[in-house]
Design a binder for this molecule. Structure first.
Ligand code: ATP
Length: 436
């Protein structure tokens, strides 16, 4: 497999409208990104696929959408105020900052200068609630979506009448004041997480933990990530977070090397117990069948939407030479492709061809994104759609006006097929396979 560089992906994202630097006209702000017209389609499709697999395909899951701002005692109970921190060292010469756990030796990796002693730096963004000076309260932008699920445990159990085992799924924004950034969107200060807290009876946690490792690897592969670019890495004992009994990272072979895509942790009963202690509300489960009361254990698959978008882009990126010309295409799974079909005229000067194109686009649109484009020659139009991962182009030419047939061109193979335009919707529906 050819090696993809992150800068190729970042260039393509900017040039074609997937991802832009946030507030770019003001020079941007470090490690914050905006998703453009194609990026928002890709990101939404990815989240839809996650939700479908996690919620709609199962009968043991509920959804939730908790707020970003929470009572600050949540973060006291979870341990984030005390320990969600990185140890940082500054270079006395070039003034750059580094995370202690990422340093190979005690000197500046950039200029070789002397480093300060490590200082603890909390990663949570702080802000205030209330407008009266002196009466406002410090609150935090949530650094993970998980706590919104834990504090709603009783609400969800009481309203859904769920029995163990069951999970709560949530997708939402999280914020971390990351110090060591770079690598495009990989480590952003504002990002989205897709998390499940899966509640199980203590003692059944190990089995469910193994289940979720396999299930999550399977999801990435089912949407097209190549198996050889994905691996599971278990955390060593001294690497485990304070709440975790076991943890595996799903790692992807990004251009900068193997890096975390998702964390799968056995969080035990740590969070529910801590919140019970500090809030006074008993977050326990009553097992009717056994007439027992206990605090469930929790298995947490916690993925990053932005990291997944990046991984799917890297994995889909292809360069090849066709008739002495370079072709770049994104071999994205049909379910993820931002635009599913492009309708293109071979001759835009012929008004009948253009009218037929518009009619076909109008027939197709509604269930997925279809575009019409006549702003370049057909060769360039194909290349443009290839580069953004559009699975099918439909071309109307002079013959189409006579025989009512159009050409379907497939992105990866570039193979062309002529079919009656009356069958187009049905044929594309099958080819796209969006219902499966
Ligand atoms: P890292 O070690 O890379 O900082 P983490 O172990 O702190 O990540 P978790 O707390 O396990 O990350 O968060 C779960 C998931 O959320 C990660 O696997 C990742 O996909 C995503 N995530 C975490 N921090 C960021 C970030 N700064 N930018 C983008 N995604 C993130």
């Amino acid at each position: 497999m050819e090696k993809v560089e992150l800068k190729n992906i970042a260039n393509l994202c900017k040039r074609r409208g997937f991802i832009f630097q946030d507030s770019e006209i003001y020079g941007g702000i470090g490690s914050v990104w905006d998703y453009g017209p194609l990026g928002v389609e890709l990101k939404n499709s990815l989240k839809d696929q996650w939700w479908k697999r996690m919620v709609y395909d199962r009968d043991d899951m509920e959804g939730l959408d908790a707020a970003i701002l929470m009572n600050p005692r949540v973060w006291k109970a979870s341990g984030h105020i005390a320990s969600f921190a990185d140890l940082l060292l500054d270079c006395k010469d070039c003034k750059k900052r580094f995370r202690e756990d990422k340093l190979k030796e005690r000197k500046c990796p950039e200029c070789g200068g002397e480093l300060t002693d490590p200082k603890s730096f909390n990663l949570m963004f702080k802000t205030q609630v209330g407008s009266v000076e002196g009466q406002s309260q410090d609150v935090y932008l949530r650094p993970e979506t998980a706590q919104g699920i834990f504090v709603n445990f009783n609400n969800v159990v009481n309203t859904s009448r769920r029995k163990l085992p069951f999970g709560v799924a949530q997708i939402g924004k999280s914020f971390r004041n990351e110090i060591t950034t770079g690598n495009f969107t990989f480590r952003s200060r504002e990002f989205e997480q897709m998390e499940v807290e899966f509640f199980v009876k203590p003692g059944e946690d190990e089995t469910w933990y193994e289940y979720w490792l396999e299930e999550r690897m399977g999801w990435y592969i089912s949407l097209g990530i190549r198996k050889e670019n994905l691996r599971l890495r278990e955390h060593a004992k001294d690497e485990l977070a304070h709440y975790a009994k076991r943890c595996h990272d799903v790692e992807y072979f990004f251009p900068m090397g193997w890096s975390e895509l998702e964390g799968i942790a056995n969080r035990t009963d740590y969070d529910l117990k801590k919140h019970s202690e500090l809030s006074g509300e008993n977050l326990v489960y009553f097992d009717n069948a056994r007439s027992e009361r206990y605090t469930p254990y929790v298995i947490e698959p916690s993925g990053g939407v932005d990291r997944a978008v990046l991984a799917f882009l890297v994995d889909a990126y292809r360069e090849e030479t066709v008739r002495d010309k370079q072709r770049v295409y994104l071999s994205l799974n049909h379910k993820l492709a931002p635009i599913k079909v492009a309708v293109l005229p071979l001759l835009k000067k012929n008004p009948e061809i253009v009218t037929m194109c518009h009619k076909l686009r109008d027939d197709l649109k509604g269930n997925y994104r279809v575009v019409y484009d006549d702003t370049a020659s057909i060769g360039r139009l194909y290349r443009r759609q290839d580069e953004i991962g559009t699975p099918f182009c439909v071309t109307v030419d002079v013959d189409s006006l006579e025989d009512g047939k159009v050409t379907i061109r497939e992105r990866d193979t570039m193979e062309q097929e002529r079919i009656a335009s009356t069958r187009l919707k049905e044929v594309l529906g099958v080819k796209l396979g969006l219902d499966t």
